[in-house]
Design a protein around this ligand. Structure first.
Ligand code: NAP
Length: 534
């Protein structure tokens, strides 16, 4: 018999776990379907060597439980994947969440029964359940993707995607490894395995502006300091554009002399983390001149650090200024290219033509025979994980049809025609620029507040109006205009890294987290304006 719950959550990652804890607090029955065999979501799947936070551990962790904050010790400023996975398991145990999570249960379809006003969720392994509410906690970077080169399946060595990394350790010693992709994931992995591999070739289409992470161990005194100042840390994160501890300088870069600007870049570069990106002059995101100057500052650093000038030039981005992509945090990424066993292949000069049984073929004269190919080729971002599920709303309307001209949402949370369906980290919210847990808590609390309001006031369904959805979608497009991001149509911020997407539809809200929180609060204050409660 199909079981019935108040709510079904899809995914047991950072947002799914918190949503479940909050539903428990509300006294609702809930069931989680999770594709993996453990909790953690992103931090379960992306277990490649070197995977770690790019937000400071103490600013990324959940803020909702003082007890949890007091008892958990982070060993590093930017913790690594194994520790993060342990933390999320601890959360699942401490709040007794596991009893409601069904593992090995990838959701295949989510369909609305209009007569019953219930959602029916079915998994690929034949399980099903029904619920009044569905909370899609499917993440924004979950649907991993391979490049569409001919022959991907033909490679006779080992193929690995970073987002499906095996639990068993990979022995890279003496192996010829090729890695496709040079985003934040590739940077973390390359600097970690470089000393170990026989030979490593990075197949790079677009170089990235990487900034030093400056990670380090956390001693007891520092941990204590962070525990005591947790309220201030989270208050800062509430105030800042991306929910990080770094805040933009309210001055324009051009309010000060070039020497002062340069000194500031150096100070931020020393500070590490996202300091150079999110602690810079506020007009970094709108002034091409300023962004190009910071790029020049970083190009100098790359030339200083990479000894071979030809390699250095390949690693300096030429098609976008600093700040227009989320910068990878690195440790000794650039120094890795000073090793004899690490090379970079510039795919703009010699594009890949095929994956062959023995390696990677490019337009260049060289053979690239390999034992292992690592695909660090990213995700069908923001919409992919939702579109891979057969989601059908009222009257059989499918999400694929509804979003055939790009996603339409109200606040990134709801879609018209899909009553009582909430996306926690879907398109059109500021989460992509965000210190994720800060945005997760914000979004989950809004959804839970909404469900509580419905219960208290006798409403059975909530659904965004078409007008509010059109208006929010337009506000998302507007939010990027006048910024340098608008010129980055090739990035996954616009979904243009996936051929299934409609080109040129900005997939996020670029107005910042504080503004988004204000809008959220305003909607609630006006009795869920833009939503129809029935
Ligand atoms: P990504 O930023 O989308 O990078 C994918 C890489 O693969 C790019 O270099 C891309 O090149 C390349 N690529 C894709 N298709 C290709 C093809 N057909 N041929 C050659 N190259 C191809 O993905 P990611 O590195 O996994 O990072 C995604 C996001 O995850 C990041 O922006 C970050 O927000 C997050 N992340 C966070 C952390 C952390 O918190 N610690 C760590 C890793 C990732 P092009 O640029 O030319 O398209």
């Amino acid at each position: 018999m199909t079981q019935k719950f108040d709510a079904i959550i899809i995914g047991a990652g950072v947002s799914g776990l918190y949503a479940l804890q909050q539903l428990h607090e509300l006294g609702l029955s809930a069931h989680v379907f999770e594709a993996g065999t453990g909790v953690g979501g992103t931090w379960y799947w992306n277990r490649y060597p070197g995977a770690r936070f790019d937000s400071e551990s103490y600013s990324y962790q959940y803020s909702f439980s003082k007890e949890l904050l007091d008892e958990w010790d982070w060993s590093e400023h930017f913790a690594g994947q194994p520790e993060i996975e342990r933390y999320l398991n601890r959360v699942a145990d401490k709040f007794d969440l596991r009893r409601d999570i069904e593992f090995n249960a990838r959701v295949r379809s989510v369909k609305y029964d209009k007569d019953e006003e219930l959602w029916e969720v079915q998994t690929e392994n034949g399980k099903s359940a029904r619920a009044q509410f569905v909370l899609a906690a499917t993440g924004l970077l979950s649907a991993h993707q391979f490049p569409d080169y001919p022959g991907v399946e033909s490679f006779e060595g080992q193929s690995l995607h970073t987002a499906r990394w095996p639990k068993e350790a990979i022995d890279f010693r003496g192996k010829r490894v090729g890695m496709i992709g040079s985003g934040p994931t590739a940077v973390q992995i390359l600097q970690t395995i470089a000393p170990e591999v026989g030979h490593l070739k990075l197949f790079q289409r677009t170089a990235n502006w990487c900034t030093p992470l400056r990670n380090g161990d956390l001693d007891e005194a520092t941990q204590l300091k962070f525990k005591q100042s947790a309220p201030e840390i989270f208050a800062t994160c509430k105030r800042t554009f991306g929910g990080f501890i770094h805040d933009m300088d309210p001055r324009s870069g051009f309010d000060v002399s070039k020497e002062e600007r340069w000194a500031k870049y150096q100070e931020l570069y020393e500070q590490g983390g996202f300091a150079l990106w999110l602690g810079n002059f506020y007009d970094l995101f709108s002034s091409r001149e300023l962004a190009e100057e910071v790029s020049e500052f970083l190009a100098e650093k790359i030339r200083e650090r990479v000894k071979d000038p030809i390699k250095a030039e390949k690693l300096i981005p030429k098609n976008h200024p600093f700040g227009t992509k989320r910068p990878p945090g690195e440790k000794d990424y650039y120094e890795a290219f000073n090793r004899d066993n690490v090379d970079v292949v510039d795919l703009r000069a010699t594009p890949i033509t095929a994956i062959t049984p023995t390696g990677i073929q490019t337009e260049g004269p060289e053979d690239h025979d390999l034992d292992i190919i690592i695909y660090a080729t990213g995700f069908h971002s923001l919409t992919g994980e939702l579109l891979r599920i057969d989601i059908q709303g009222e009257d059989g309307l499918s999400l694929q049809e509804k979003w055939s001209d790009g996603p339409k949402t109200n606040l990134g949370i709801q879609f018209s025609g899909f009553p009582n369906f909430f996306a926690i980290m879907g398109p059109h919210n500021p989460a992509t620029f965000c210190n994720i847990t800060r945005c997760v808590e914000n979004n989950v609390e809004w959804v839970i507040g909404c469900i509580r309001y419905m219960r208290e006031n006798g409403y059975k369904t909530i659904e965004t109006t078409v007008e509010a959805e059109e208006s929010w979608t337009e506000q998302c497009y507007e939010s990027v205009k006048g910024t340098l991001l608008d010129e980055m149509q090739d990035s996954w911020f616009f979904g243009n890294n996936n051929p299934e997407n409609v080109r040129g539809r900005f997939l996020m809200y670029a107005g910042g987290v504080p503004k988004y929180r204000e809008i959220f609060a305003d909607v609630v204050a006006k009795g869920y304006e833009g939503f129809e409660l029935r």
